[in-house]
Structure formats: C-alpha cells, structure tokens
Design a protein around this ligand. Structure first.
Ligand SMILES: Nc1ncnc2c1ncn2[C@@H]1O[C@H](COP(=O)(O)OP(=O)(O)OP(=O)(O)O)[C@@H](O)[C@H]1O
Length: 271
C-alpha cells in the first residue's frame, strides 16, 4: 500500500464535500468562567469518518455535545444546512450519540435497550422489536437479545450502545471515546466492526478520542485540538484506503501516519 499520506493541514477546511453540519466561529464559556472552546470552525461532510483528537480538557466533548444540541454555544452558530427545521427554527438533528459509558438501562434486556429510541418515536412494538433485533445482529449480538446488561461484557455492552445509537438510522453518529475503557484486543475488534458498520450503513461518523493510533486507524480525517482554550490546531486527511484491517495496522504506512499525527498532537499540546 503506497497511498497512505497526510495532506497539508487546514485551520478551516474549505467546503468541498456536501456539508451536513457547519460549526462557525463557535465558542463556549461555562458559568464558572472556563472557556472550553474558542472560535472553532469545522464543516462535517456527509459520509465522512472524522476523529476529534486532543489532550484532556481541549473541549472535544463540549464540541460534540453542542453538535448534538446538548448545550448551546456562547457565541457562533452550528448549522445543519441540509436538514429540515421545525417551526421555531430548530434543526431536526438526525443523529445518534454513543457515550464513553454504555449508559444502558440495567433493568431492561439488550433488545429492550435498543428498542427504546424507536418506542420514544412511537414506532409500533412489533416493528420496533424487529428493527432492534436486526440492529443487534448487525453489531454481532444475535442470540443476546434477552440478556441483561449485567450479563454482558464491557465490549458487548458497548455494542448494544452502538446499536441503540444507530437503530433510527441517523445520518450522523457522534461517539465520545466509546472504547476508552476497553482492553486493547476488544478495542481493536470494535474498531474493525465499527468501520465495517460505517462502510455498510454510510452514516457520518464523528469520533472523539485521545488515541493517535485509534484515530489514524479509523479516520478519513483527523481534527487535532489543543487545550486552554480548546481550539482546532490542524485538520488532516488520512489518505489510506479502506477497508482497513490488521495488515494496515501493522504496515509501515500506518506507523508513519501515527508518527506524523503524534507530532501534530505534540505541537498542539506544546502550544
Ligand atoms: N459543565 C461544565 N462546567 C464547567 N466547566 C466545564 C463543564 N464541562 C466541561 N468543562 C470544562 O471545559 C473544558 C473542556 O472540557 P471537555 O470535557 O469538553 O474536554 P475533553 O477534551 O472532552 O476532555 P476529556 O478528554 O478529558 O474528556 C475543561 O476545562 C472542563 O473542565
């Protein structure tokens, strides 16, 4: 494979791909005075796999939550140019969210957990059951529909959480360090399965991580952030082809890309 390279970073990416979300000059200051993010500009194109990479406290989660509508910017705007807006002008965000903790309902089975977003949307129980079971199958959990969260491993719980995030077939899946608490082997397997899902289902993926290795393995594009205040330092294209697998993970190209991204991250931390 000789196509792996990193293109020149852009502080603000020109809008080539059809943008799904446009973050424009967004800052967020919390009530206690913390400036969590400052003047972030970012355009997320349809079907991209984008990682937000940066040290602790650089505002990755704050940015992701604002994109999800869980907290408003203090200044700037987050636009959904191709999305229907309701009468009050709010975009009807077509998204799924996966948190670092699987946040499953402990008293409900895996199937019931995945059915929850469908039930909230008023989908008939029989159809919701069918769609949730199909989604569980897609994340490799056929046969575990009746299991309770306590009966599942950490990786399996995260699969249920991803199935719940995707069951409404959102255009965009926002993931906040979903695999950070998992052991390396499980994490590699989930990285592979997530890529396969993304490839099949064609959603836009936005993935928050601290890990250079994980970001390079997964992403088409890596947005490197720095802290205090949180800001975008570099926006890099990862030009390695998909599908990616263990061959890629052990290739000199992957090692090279990780070195380059690691250098960018060090620069960001140093700044
Ligand atoms: N609700 C809040 N109130 C006050 N400050 C907050 C709040 N949420 C986050 N912060 C602060 O905003 C900054 C950015 O936090 P955020 O959680 O977005 O960073 P992060 O890059 O996701 O960090 P980590 O990788 O450790 O999860 C931090 O300094 C944090 O302490």
């Amino acid at each position: 494979m000789d196509t792996a390279s990193l293109s020149t970073p852009h502080a603000v990416r020109p809008e080539g791909r059809k943008p799904l979300v446009c973050v424009r000059h967004v800052s967020k200051q919390f009530g206690n005075g913390t400036l969590a993010v400052r003047d972030v500009n970012l355009s997320l194109g349809e079907g991209e796999f984008v990682s937000l990479l940066g040290p602790s406290g650089c505002g990755k989660s704050t940015l992701l939550r604002m994109i999800a509508g869980l907290g408003a910017p203090s200044s700037g705007t987050i636009e959904w140019p191709t999305t229907v807006h309701d009468a009050s002008g709010e975009p009807q965000r077509d998204l799924g969210f996966v948190f670092q903790d699987p946040t499953l309902m402990p008293w409900a089975t895996a199937l019931a957990n995945v059915m929850m977003p469908l039930t909230l949307k008023g989908v008939r129980t029989s159809e919701a059951r069918e769609r949730a079971a199909a989604m569980l199958a897609l994340v490799g959990l056929s046969g575990f529909e009746k299991s309770y969260p306590r009966e599942l491993s950490g990786g399996m719980k995260m699969r249920v959480s991803i199935a719940r995030g995707l069951v409404l077939r959102p255009k965009i899946l926002l993931m906040d360090e979903p695999f950070a608490a998992l052991d390396e082997i499980t994490r590699h397997r989930l990285n592979d399965d997530l890529l396969e899902l993304w490839w099949k289902e064609k959603f836009t993926a936005v993935f928050v991580t601290h890990s250079v290795f994980e970001s390079v393995y997964l992403s088409k594009r890596i947005v490197v952030m720095a802290a205090r205040p949180g800001r975008v330092m570099a926006d890099l294209d990862v030009d390695a082809p998909y599908p990616r697998d263990d061959l890629f993970r052990t290739s000199p190209e992957y090692a090279h890309l990780c070195r380059v991204v690691s250098g960018k991250l060090k620069e960001a931390i140093g700044s």
